[in-house]
Structure formats: C-alpha cells, structure tokens
Write a protein that binds this ligand. Structure first.
Ligand code: FE2
Length: 65
C-alpha cells in the first residue's frame, strides 16, 4: 500500500463518519443535537477536501520527479 491508497482509505472513513453523523442527525429530536450533527457532518466534508488536496499534491510531485 502506498500513500495514495492510504489516503483513499481515509476518504472512505470520512465518508462513513459523515453518513453516521447524518443518520444521527435524522434520529435526533433535540434541535441542538441535530445542529451538532449537522456541523460534524459538514466538517467531514472539509476533511475529505483536505485529503483530496493531499492526494493531488502527492500525485503532482510524483509526476514531476
Ligand atoms: Fe473526519
């Protein structure tokens, strides 16, 4: 496994976390808890974007070398 493969696995973990937070948000009845899970799900999108950026940077650096 190389770093690109590892990043792909991490992205899957972020997607799974987002799905769990969204599910928890659908189940929650307290609006404060719903908002908490909405924010947590959104943060997973940010994590995925950071990981995709890392992946592109690694790919760019390896094709240049
Ligand atoms: Fe995350």
């Amino acid at each position: 496994m190389d770093w690109l493969d590892f990043i792909d696995i991490m992205v899957l973990d972020e997607k799974a976390a987002k799905a769990k937070y969204k599910q928890a948000g659908r189940i929650a009845t307290d609006p404060r808890i719903k908002e908490l899970f909405r924010k947590l799900a959104y943060e997973e999108d940010i994590h995925m974007a950071v990981l995709q950026k890392f992946k592109k940077d690694i790919q760019a650096s390896t094709t240049r070398a």
